[in-house]
Design a protein around this ligand. Structure first.
Ligand code: C5P
Length: 403
């Protein structure tokens, strides 16, 4: 992926043991297509060398406002003017306080103060001991920095280098990378509450067996991530899949179609968009055996009888909020052939404004897909691409169609 192609990021490091993670973050930003200019405080250089950061960013590192390499000797101006964002990771408690007060006695703080505030956003990834993090002074500084327009990327929880456990660890490089990518996505769904179903369902036959299908959940997870990146609050109701939860998404794990329906009915009253990506089993065994069904050696096979599962999409699409336009419902159709005809028919049958068709066997488990969008006005092809890119394109199409 090249989600940061064309972006120029000034990566600022301040003093803290989390500097060791900044090396990997720098590499991840570069791998995602960004150009990275590293600026380090004197304290940061106690934890990791500028040599390491230069090698990873492929650019000389800046540390001093007196750096004679700049012809006009104004590194603080030159470095900030062409940045798409300044990211301070790790950002120490001391540096937070400096940012808050507009301190400017070293290159990095000077540069943050001198940046064009409307065009060069400032993102900070705090890193500190849990007591420092919880201290009213730090929390006060964070609140004021937010009010000043700074994006605070949050902290992790867990073991700290000092031996204590709690909040204040710097987020992991991969988490920060996802947050930076999300930051640059257009906020097309700001204020929306999105409910997404994903993955297969598992319909128990007995305590050890069940009926499921090949859905990997990847498309639904990509849609959930794209919605979150677009500024929505997202609830993801996931069948049994082993995928990591997209950052900032509330995930509810379920097994059966009945569980999935209950979770969706629960979340639907506050949702404004429902995207049904899950491959819900059409039928479930009428009676799941409480004990494992044993073969007795006689050659006789058990007989299973089935009940039809509730249609989650149709249920939500028939709710009063969907009918009056407060809940925009999107269905998926995984077909093996005649995609257009089946998907057109399905859109009308499920009475949803938008239906997304894809060829199931071609996409199950894969990282890419191709989509065919069908609404009352016609069709739109979203050609072959990664599921995340398609998820973002789908979110943009949904945003266009909102009442
Ligand atoms: O009827 P079919 O399974 O082909 O419809 C697919 C669409 O309906 C998908 O959006 C799927 O998530 C949804 N669906 C559902 N509950 C079911 C069956 C399908 O929400 N029981």
């Amino acid at each position: 992926m090249n989600d940061l192609a064309g972006k120029h990021i000034v990566l600022g490091l301040t003093g803290g043991i989390a500097c060791y993670k900044a090396a990997e973050l720098c590499r991840a930003l570069v791998k995602e297509g960004a150009t990275v200019q590293v600026v380090m405080t004197e304290a940061a250089a106690q934890f990791i060398t500028p040599v390491t950061m230069q090698a990873l960013s492929n650019r000389p590192v800046y540390g001093s406002q007196w750096d004679a390499r700049e012809p006009n000797n104004m590194a603080h101006i030159n470095l900030s003017r062409d940045a798409d964002a300044i990211l301070i990771a790790p950002c120490s408690a001391d540096f937070l306080s400096k940012l808050l007060h507009g301190g400017a006695d070293d290159l990095l703080s000077l540069m943050c103060l001198a940046r064009p505030i409307d065009t060069v956003p400032l993102l900070v990834a705090p890193a500190m001991n849990r007591e420092m993090w919880a201290h009213p002074a730090t929390q006060r500084n964070l609140a004021q920095l937010r009010a000043d327009g700074t994006t605070i990327l949050g902290v992790g929880n867990g073991d700290q280098a000092c031996g204590e456990t709690g909040d204040g660890r710097m987020l992991e490089p991969q988490e920060l990378l996802e947050d930076v990518i999300a930051f640059f996505q257009p906020k097309l769904l700001a204020g929306q509450q999105v409910l997404v179903t994903a993955g297969p369902t598992f319909e128990a036959i007995d305590p050890v067996r069940g009926i499921t299908n090949h859905s990997s959940g990847k498309m639904g997870f990509a849609v959930a991530r794209a919605a979150q990146e677009a500024g929505a609050q997202v609830t993801l109701v996931a069948g049994p899949v082993s995928l990591p939860t997209p950052r900032g998404v509330r995930r509810i794990d379920v097994q059966s179609a009945t569980d999935m329906l209950a979770a969706c009915v629960d979340a639907a009253p506050t949702a404004t968009i429902f995207v049904a990506c899950a491959a819900v089993a059409d039928w479930r065994p009428a009676q799941a055996s409480e004990q494992k069904i044993k073969k007795d050696g006689s050659g006789q096979t058990p007989t299973l009888t089935f009940l039809e599962n509730p249609d989650i999409l149709a249920t939500l699409a028939q709710s009063p909020r969907a009918r009056d336009g407060s809940l925009f419902c999107v269905g998926f159709a995984a077909e093996s052939h005649d995609l257009l005809a089946h998907a057109t028919d399905k859109r009308i049958r499920k009475s949803v404004p938008l239906l997304v068709g894809n060829i199931g066997p071609a996409t199950f488990g894969k990282d890419d897909n191709a989509l065919l969008l069908i609404d009352a006005h016609g069709t739109l092809e979203l050609p072959h691409n990664t599921k995340l890119t398609l998820g973002r394109q789908l979110i943009a199409e949904i945003a266009k169609r909102l009442p």
